[in-house]
Structures are given as structure tokens and as C-alpha cells.
Design a protein around this ligand. Structure first.
Ligand code: M6R
Length: 608
């Protein structure tokens, strides 16, 4: 959730680190800090608030040095304050450390250290690491970090520098991502490649319980037991421009507009129209088992979970696989029986969501096969699953997930289609599905062309304090996703409901000040949605309806109508979610919200 960036090289570290932090700010943004080593000294600065506050503080201060680390924080232990911001240091200010994750046994360690006379200056769990490293340091920083790793429980991605170990940074990970970047003028380390993608596309991912000593000319990776590791260098497929706004006011809007392309990318090279069967190279290692699969459990959080909820209907429609979907955070509390040949499918943009990672580890212990649909190449979930499919959607930077949701739905359709065609799904159905998939990018463009119309609707309703989103079957998860989008970026209270549940409670809320977004395309649920709309209208509730182009019946009833093109019933969610994303965006924009960095949220939730 927090962000780390480090540099050891032949250039001034300060501008590189500040720029890297800005690329990471989406991961956490309640305070930030920097430490730079120069000629036997380390200078540290910290500030509460956004990176710009840190920048203001250090702008006029000369901060020379070619070795440094920086951090942007999302508070877990202790309020956002300068004292709680990273880097943290030991009492003598020799060790400096930045940390992502949570040290679970920090209370015990703190007590132990206090007995030795150590005084703590922050409320964070991280500070114990600085004191432990100082205690263990006898000239070899790598060794001091290794001994510290052995003492701590919990999750960490850390970077450490020491005043008496010039020219080096030691990084280590357990459960929190860290990537090393290799460039001609030095080495980088970061929690996320976006912090270094402007400088290098050559990276090496650190794995759990590994550490690395990084210098200007070299880096060496070892395990916690000091075994040397040789790891191949990987090429990052993102370009620096992918992480830029390109004229859009916000990443969220840019990412909404990227959807025709990201949906196309999710299908690129994967469609075989003649056979009505997709090709998914990433699942080849498990295909023999997967084609016989009769039980699939999807696990995910947030928007990825709602993609799984649509996925359940998709699998039920196209395959003979019994499909369930579980919130990853609840998965371990369930007593699920896994019949032979059960697969767990983890859905995650970041590939680092702690609950989703914990769920797949639990499933592994129970003997299930593990699949992933992941956007970030080389991420923990991508590595820990047996096989998987990448979204190839480029970096998603807006905290509100948009393009990954439609990409996940596209890939789930391909996977269901592939398994379905090997079971009993007829060729004609396969061909119809592929044609419908191929039409999606153009159809999404048609919806995006209505942005001004959707903005005008937002103009009318953005001051309403409570909203309801309703849908049925494939579009029930879209109601939940629409409500999540609105609440997370505009702070308007919104609920997503299965429309059939309206009469069991939420109807009591309907009044002229509470808009309902009714997702009512012309699918098998259409007539039932029509009745729901009538029920709302007879209680004077405003209705914003998302309908299939040409629908006349709903038009007569609803206050506002947003049209989507015709598609097959199970692909409507990919279209109907786009107006929901735009509505949320424009409401938040009219309310002056910080759209890409909504309060209290972070892009990647790496703590449970
Ligand atoms: O990276 P993941 O897809 O695993 O993230 C899951 C959720 O944290 C994420 O979808 C979150 O709900 C977004 N803020 C929703 O817009």
C-alpha cells in the first residue's frame, strides 16, 4: 500500500527519487520521506501529506548524494505525522529504513529493545526494524538485515541504508513486492516498476524471504539462509508514456477511455473465430487437468471480486463447471470442500492484494489447482499460481479500477468459452460468442461518445446524498460495481442491490432525492427490470436507466436514459459498466474530489 523507491548510481539521487515517488503516489499518500547518503552522512526529510509537501520542504535545500531511498506512506500503525513517516532511523541515526507491510510481533520486539534502553520516536511497527538492524550491525549491513529478518513475523518489503556502509542499499522482502531495476548508470529498487520505468525496462523480481545488496555496479540476491540466487533479468512491457496522463485531467478518465484498446489487448492473438475456441497459452501447463475441471472457486477483492461475480454467471452459462465466487478476505473462514480437480482462480489487477494472496496459499494447502488472471507481470499472485492469463492492460494508476474490470470480464469470457467448447458448448455458440467479443471495442467507443450526455446527468444528480444501483443476473454485479465506483471516488453513499431484493427492504428508501441507476438491457431479465423501474417511479424516485439502444418502453418511464449497443446477454456487463464508471467520474469531478487518490484508499492493498 505504501511505495518504496531507491537508487544507487552515478547520478544525483534526489530528482530520481522524487520523480519515482510521484509515480508511486497512487499506492499511498498520507506522508512521504527521503534519505540520501553522501560522504559518510545521511540526510533525511519527511513531510505529512502529498509528495508535493515533501518537495516544498527540500526544494531549496542542497541534497547531494548518489545513494538514496524514498517512501510514500499509507498509515497502518500510527496517524499520518512527520514522526511516523518513513524513513525511520535508529537512535544514533545511522540506520535508515523504509518499509511496506506490517510487523506482527513488533510489540514483543519493542519491549525487548526497550529493556535494553532503546527509546522509540514513532508509533510505527517499522521502527523496531531500524533498532534491530543497528543492534546487529558489525560492519556488514546485509548480515544485520538477515539477522533482523529472522526475528520478525509479518510482511515486509524493506530498503535499508547505513551511514557506515557507503554506496550500498540492502533490500529484502517477505510478502510485500520489491523489484530491482538495472540501468547503465546504476541500480534501482522499488515496490513497483512504475517508479523506475522511465530509467530502465530491465528488472529482476525479488521473491519472498530473499534479500539483495545493491551497489552502483552490481547487485547480489541471496536467500534468508545466505544462499546465492541467480535470477534471469526480465523486460518490462510497459513504456514510460503508459504511466502519463496524455492530456486527460485524471488517470481514471484516461483509463476509462483506454477500454476499447485494453479489451482488444485482452483478446489479441487469443481468438480462433472458425473453431469458436479461444487460445490461451498461459494455461497450457494445467490444461489437461483444467479441461476436466468440474469445480471452480474464484477469489478476489473489491472490483476484481465483482468481476468474479459476473464470471460465475458466465461459467454457468457457457460451461458445466460448478462455479463459486468468494471474497478473498472471507475465504479462509469458509469450510469449503474441494472435490478432486477443483481449481481456484484468483483475479487481481496488482497481483499483490494480501487477502487474495492469502486465499491462494490456503487453497494450495488444500490441494486445489491455482489459476490467476493478473495485470502486473511477475507479481506475487502471478508467480504463486500454477498457470494464468495476463490482462496486458498496461499500468492502472487511478485508485478506482476501471479498465482492468472490463479486461477481466473479457478474459473470463475467453476462459469460460474455452472450457465450455471442450465440454458441451456447440460450435455455433462459440462462433457467436467470438463475434460478439470482437464487436466490443467498437461498441465501447459508441458508449464513450455519450460522455457529455452522462456528464449532464451527473450535473443534475451529483448533489444527491444517497443512490441505489439495481441489476439482475449478469448485471447484478454491475449494480454493485457501479455503487462501489460512486462511493469510493465521490464519497456519495451508494448501494448496489439485486433488483429482486428491492422489495425486501431498500424500497423504503425511495424518495424524490434518491436516484436509482437501473441496469436494464434487453436480456432475459428485461421485463422484470421494467417492473422494478415502475415500482420506483410510482414512489417518485428518479430513475437513470442503462438500456439497450432503441429501447422505447424504459424511455417512457425513466427520467434519464443511457444507451448501450446490443450484444449477447452475458457480454452486456462489459458495456453497462462503462456508463456507471463515467457517472461516478463526473459526479466526483463536479464535487471537486481528488479522483485518482480518494481519501483513505490506496491502489494496492498489501495488508490484510
Ligand atoms: O489489485 P486487485 O485487483 O487485487 O485489487 C482489489 C481491490 O483492492 C480493488 O479492486 C479496489 O476495490 C478498487 N479500489 C476498486 O476500484
Amino acid at each position: 500500500m505504501c511505495g518504496i523507491v531507491c537508487y544507487v548510481g552515478s547520478r544525483e539521487a534526489k530528482p530520481i527519487l522524487i520523480d519515482g515517488l510521484k509515480q508511486l503516489e497512487y499506492r499511498g499518500y498520507d506522508s512521504a520521506g527521503i534519505a540520501i547518503q553522501n560522504q559518510g552522512q545521511v540526510q533525511r526529510f519527511r513531510a505529512v501529506g502529498r509528495i508535493v509537501e515533501l518537495e516544498k520542504k527540500i526544494n531549496s535545500i542542497p541534497l547531494p548524494g548518489k545513494v538514496g531511498m524514498a517512501h510514500t506512506r499509507w498509515a497502518t500503525h500510527g496517524e499520518p505525522s512527520e514522526l511516523n513517516a518513513h524513513p525511520h532511523a535508529d537512535q544514533e541515526e545511522k540506520v535508515f529504513i523504509v518499509h511496506n507491510g506490517i510487523i506482527e510481533n513488533y510489540h514483543q520486539i519493542k519491549k525487548r529493545l526497550e529493556k535494553k534502553g532503546v527509546e522509540f520516536s514513532s508509533e510505527t511497527d517499522t521502527e523496531v526494524l531500524a533498532h534491530l538492524i543497528a543492534l546487529y550491525f558489525d560492519g556488514d549491513l546485509g548480515e544485520a538485515v538477515r539477522r533482523t529478518m529472522a526475528d520478525v513475523e509479518g510482511t515486509f518489503g524493506i530498503a535499508v541504508l547505513h551511514r557506515d556502509a557507503p554506496g550500498q542499499i540492502v533490500v529484502a522482502r517477505r510478502g510485500s513486492p520489491l523489484v530491482i531495476g538495472i540501468s547503465n548508470d546504476g541500480h534501482f529498487a522499488a515496490s513497483d516498476v512504475s517508479a523506475m520505468v522511465r530509467h530502465t525496462s530491465q528488472v529482476v523480481h525479488l521473491q519472498d524471504n530473499e534479500m539483495a545488496v545493491i551497489t552502483r555496479d552490481d547487485f547480489s540476491i541471496t536467500t534468508a539462509q545466505a544462499k546465492l540466487i541467480q535470477r534471469a533479468v526480465e523486460e518490462v512491457e510497459w513504456k514510460a508514456e503508459d504511466a502519463e496522463l496524455n492530456g486527460f485531467p485524471h488517470y481514471m478518465l484516461k483509463e476509462i477511455y483506454e477500454q476499447p484498446e485494453t479489451i482488444e489487448n485482452a483478446m489479441r492473438g487469443r481468438l480462433e473465430p472458425g473453431e469458436g475456441v479461444p487460445k490461451l497459452g498461459g494455461i497450457t501447463p494445467v490444461w489437461d487437468r483444467l479441461k476436466e475441471c468440474r469445480h471452480l472457486v474464484m477469489v478476489a477483492c473489491g472490483t476484481s471480486y465483482y468481476a468474479g461475480c459476473v464470471g460465475r454467471y458466465l461459467f454457468e452459462r457457457l460451461t458445466e463447471v460448478d462455479t463459486e465466487v468468494e471474497l478473498a478476505s472471507e475465504f479462509r473462514y469458509r469450510k469449503l470442500n474441494f472435490p478432486p480437480n477443483t481449481f481456484i482462480l484468483a483475479l487481481s489487477q496488482s497481483g499483490e492484494t494480501a487477502d487474495t494472496l492469502a486465499a491462494i496459499r490456503e487453497a494450495r494447502r488444500k490441494g486445489a489447482g491455482l489459476l490467476g488472471i493478473v495485470n502486473v507481470v511477475g507479481s506475487s499472485i502471478a508467480r504463486e499460481t500454477d498457470a494464468g492469463i495476463y490482462n496486458h492492460a498496461g499500468p492502472e494508476i487511478g485508485v478506482a479500477s476501471t479498465k482492468i474490470f472490463t479486461s477481466q470480464l473479457t478474459i473470463l469470457t475467453l476462459l469460460a468459452l474455452l472450457i465450455g467448447r471442450h465440454q458441451n458448448l456447440p460450435l455455433t455458440e462459440g462462433i457467436t460468442a467470438i463475434r460478439a467479443l470482437q464487436a466490443l471495442p467498437h461498441q465501447v467507443r459508441e458508449i464513450l461518445a455519450q460522455a457529455h450526455h452522462i456528464e449532464a446527468i451527473a450535473e443534475k444528480y451529483h448533489k444527491c446524498q444517497n443512490w441505489l444501483f439495481l441489476g439482475r443476473k449478469y448485471n447484478y454485479p454491475i449494480a454493485m460495481e457501479g455503487a462501489l465506483k460512486l462511493k469510493e471516488i465521490s464519497y456519495i453513499h451508494a448501494e448496489g442491490y439485486a433488483a429482486g431484493e428491492m422489495k425486501h427492504g431498500p424500497i423504503a428508501l425511495i424518495n424524490p432525492d434518491m436516484p436509482t441507476v437501473a441496469i436494464a438491457p434487453m436480456d432475459e431479465m428485461y421485463e422484470k427490470m421494467l417492473s422494478n423501474i415502475q415500482e420506483i417511479k410510482s414512489r417518485k424516485g428518479p430513475v437513470i436507466a442503462i438500456v439497450t439502444k432503441g429501447d422505447e418502453k424504459v424511455k417512457e418511464l425513466a427520467d434519464e436514459v443511457i444507451e448501450v449497443p446490443t450484444t449477447v446477454d452475458y457480454l452486456y456487463p462489459i458495456l453497462t459498466v462503462i456508463p456507471c464508471q463515467l457517472l461516478a467520474y463526473y459526479c466526483a469531478s463536479l464535487l471537486g474530489r481528488d479522483i485518482d487518490k480518494p481519501r483513505n484508499l490506496a491502489k494496492s492493498v498489501t495488508v490484510e
